[in-house]
Design a protein around this ligand. Structure first.
Ligand code: NAD
Ligand code: DAU
Length: 371
């Protein structure tokens, strides 16, 4: 029997959330997933077409900040777990417009915590703390960015002090502190996961990897922020999903778990790799519907633009806790994962075109014309 009968997954039409919903339906076929997503610019029902007929997937369009909808959903579906992905997730947008990061990422999280607490409370213990129904859990999907930036050496562990540098990471760190406070003050059964940079299918092309694939194919400039030597620690999205599931099933209540796969790469290495890989596919004639010729992909496309304000130099996750205590490990090597990911984008050009139409073009012109 599955541990969880009905799980509320928020943000399940976005990049990681949609991968997670599919992962859970395949791994836990008896679990029902209620997928709540506001369908902002980053939410896309096309990410979910292959599960639209699955009776164990119920999609609800709505906002995690909605104080009427959330209690209604808790009553209707009687969730025994919540996994909160819903967020404004892009650092550059948080520099342009920090306010929405506070409402979605902080207030939205607090609204979910409050409803989980109310709905799951069964009484009080002798010290006055609430007691909860057996087997319930709230899991907050957080990020390594809450730890700030590293110098040339060292790694983030779960005890690294929080030192967020961008409005995005400040909002995620604030949300984490609310989760911590609900556990400490109300004994709400919670976990927090903090993952490094994800890559894989269905990532919105404002983020480095899909943006560069799209621009290489269209022979647009490849905007490298600053010197391009900033380091990110990359993990395939499916490994992130299996990490979250591991914590959901076996994580010790109240604990934080870092998730990462030891794949540090400088941005410039990623861009070079994408250029080479796309070139190879074009030479082999594998990409239909693209007029770009392999010899048009040259270093002239690479343009160093103005750096991101407050740009974190390096991230690196120490994954010892989740690997040694919960037995999780990543299944992808970076080489296999990135090759499979580039293939996916080249085979799904319609998906890319659809997400880039409309508001995306406006966003792109606004952000990159200044750089
Ligand atoms: P994304 O931007 O692709 O998706 C976010 C989803 O949340 C979208 O579907 C959007 O419609 C939805 N959403 C936004 N505001 C909402 C609201 N008020 N109510 C309901 N739904 C709302 O983001 P992602 O990259 O998939 O990230 C998902 C989560 O994982 C975020 O919490 C992010 O902080 C965290 N995370 C991301 C990465 C990464 O590399 N992308 C790494 C670590 C952690
Ligand atoms: O570390 C986890 C985080 O990873 C998540 O919490 C965030 O939600 C996610 O967006 C991601 O944040 P980053 O800022 O690291 O990702 P992004 O893809 O925006 O940028 C990756 C690196 O590439 C960063 O150093 C900035 C650089 N960059 C990005 C873009 C979009 C460029 O040089 N040029 C670009 O055009």
């Amino acid at each position: 029997m599955e541990k969880y009968k009905t799980i509320l997954v928020t943000g399940g039409a976005g990049f990681i959330g949609s991968n997670f919903v599919k992962y859970m339906l395949s791994q836990h076929p008896e679990t029902t997933i209620v997928n709540l997503d506001a369908l902002t610019y980053a939410g896309n029902l096309e990410n979910l077409t292959d599960i639209e007929d699955n009776p164990n997937h119920i999609f609800v369009k709505g906002d995690i900040c909605d104080q009427d909808l959330i209690p209604k959903l808790f009553k209707e579906y009687d969730f025994d777990a919540v996994v909160n992905f819903a967020a404004e997730s892009h650092v550059d947008r948080s520099i342009e417009n920090p306010g929405i990061f506070v409402s979605t990422n902080v207030e939205g999280t607090q609204n979910l915590l409050d409803n989980a607490k109310k709905q799951w409370t069964t009484g009080k213990d002798e010290e006055g703390f609430p007691t909860y129904r057996d087997g319930v859990k709230y899991l907050q999907v957080s990020t390594d960015e809450v730890y700030g930036a590293l110098g040339k050496t060292g790694m983030f562990t779960e005890t690294t002090p929080l030192a967020p540098n961008s409005p995005y990471s400040a909002s995620k760190a604030s949300a984490d502190l609310f989760v911590r406070a609900y556990h400490n003050t109300f004994h709400l059964p919670v976990n927090i996961t903090r993952c490094s940079n994800n890559y894989g299918p269905y990532q919105f092309p404002e983020k480095l990897i899909p943006l560069m694939i799209s621009n290489v194919l269209e022979l647009r400039d490849l905007p490298i922020y600053g010197d391009g030597m900033q380091i990110r620690d990359w993990l395939h999205v499916k490994d992130h999903c299996s990490g979250i599931d591991t914590v959901l099933q076996t994580g010790k209540m109240g604990e934080v778990y870092n998730i990462g796969g030891n794949n540090e790469k400088a941005n410039i290495e990623i861009i070079n790799l994408i250029m080479e890989n796309v070139k190879k596919h074009l030479s082999e004639g594998h990409v239909e519907g693209v007029n770009t010729q392999p010899d048009q992909i040259t270093d002239d496309l690479k343009i160093h633009v103005e750096d991101r304000l407050g740009h974190d130099r390096r991230y690196a996750i120490d994954n010892t806790k989740i690997t040694s205590q919960l037995g999780w490990e990543p299944s992808y090597t970076f080489e296999n994962g990135i090759a499979e990911t580039i293939d996916w984008y080249l085979n799904n050009l319609d998906w890319m075109e659809n997400v880039k139409s409309g508001g995306y073009q406006e966003y792109y012109d606004k952000m990159y014309s200044k750089k």
